[in-house]
Design a protein around this ligand. Sequence first.
Ligand code: BGC
Length: 532
Amino acid sequence: MTNRPWWHDATGYALYLRSFADGTGDGVGDLPGVIDHLDHLEYLGIDLLWISPFYRSPMVDGGYDVTDHTEIDPTYGTMADFKALIRQAHARRIAVVIDLVANHTSAEHSWFQAARTSREDRFHDRYIWADPAPDGGPPNNWVSYFGGSAWTFEAAIGQYYLHLFLPEQPDLNWRNPAVRQMFDDIIEFWLDLGVDGFRIDVAQGLVKDRLLRSNPVLHVLRPAADRIEQWRAFEHRHDVLQPETIDIFRRWKAICHRYDAVLIGEVSVGDANAFAFAMDSGGLDIGMWLEVMHSEWDADALRSVLSGPIERKGDAGMVGWLGSSLDEPRAVTRFGGGEVGRRRALALATLLAFLPGTPFLYQGEELGLEQGEVCDDNRVDPVGIDAASGRDGCRTPMPWTNGPMHGFTTANETWLPFAADAGTMSVQSQRRNHRSQLARYRCLLAARRAQLVDADPTVEWLDFEEVGLIGFRRGVLNVIVNTTNEVVEIGIHGQIVFDSFGLLDRRVGLPSSPGVVRARIEGSQAIVFRGV
Ligand code: BGC
């Protein structure tokens, strides 16, 4: 027995509630739907479930615009459903982590409704307001993650308010003690109901520069620059990662640890040094590093994006690894789509599963789902000027069965259409096939669980003569991925414990003949072996 916290070896699952399963027959995923399918998570080998927001919301940003942080939105169920979910997940030894949307509220939140009426209102200072610049324009050059200025003018009181996302998501003022107190209360409310932790949304963004100084400009913007280019045109010195943010993490972590709960933060920064700063001084138990989702399928690019956060952050917290998410195109599609995309996505998942830290599968990843095509008439995401840059494609509903509406709902329509591959990729058909993507993910997670107990946390990257291989060693464990399309022959010593193609062990006769073996690693294949 060790004294490590329970989340130390956990495998996470990122569940996008609207698209997981509909238990009430209205075409939208909900809490009863999650309860109905907990067996899937148990079968897969998940121990930590992170659920996207289910709070009262006008749903302008899919629920990341909250009007009441302690109420369940009727679209998603009731408090009784939530309690049942906690009970039933715990009965299956699955921890439940909920989203803490703390950077902003909905503009319809009662606080903001009051705050916008007058500069003297007692809620005014719970948001970030500033007078116009001398030319009447926004107070500084900050841009929204969703594109355009981060400021909207409130004519009634002659001031601008800040929103790092939509104008319907005004940013809270984390320098105001009343805001801190309110979130302490929200956290305790859910911990008392039995949740096992929080995933802080936009953790890097909470506190802003006291003087609201403009950010240094890195590039001059093209007029047609999309939201990502706009964001990257600035050095985000003043709008994100202010040192006071770490104090908030520490404060929340102290509360969480009283309940043996985990504090996870979404740390959406492109740079490993900035990530290390957010992890500094033990602020977060787990920091989600999102840059893997921006890497090409290339051994050097992957090595740099995987090694950066581990090397820089030292001993502070753990890295949360995501190969796909609710906000980014799915890995299968990013890596070329079809069978090749699926093999590459699984190989990436293998690297993430064996690196020190916590891997999070994004719902549907275990099925090898591709990005869905959502035509203009069906688009829901407020972000992106076209279907390609919006986030609907990674949020299409889960296909559970081969029956009507893929077992997702009893309604005739779903809130977003199914992806084109839903028919062939359902859970039902994959569970019947021991060579399916689902079977391989299950096997991967079982291997992680079996092999990583007490594994050496130190990662030693392997240097290969062969081009296109990426790999690392942790104690006796070795993980190697061939990113090329060609077979590569390498000498390995040891016993295979996971093979993403599930054939290698038979072909080379391992583990019965440990010793130097010339093993073929095919294009996009991942192998994990214990060295001798
Ligand atoms: C969430 C997004 C959301 C944004 C604003 C993100 O990090 O993952 O889906 O739109 O925060 O709350």
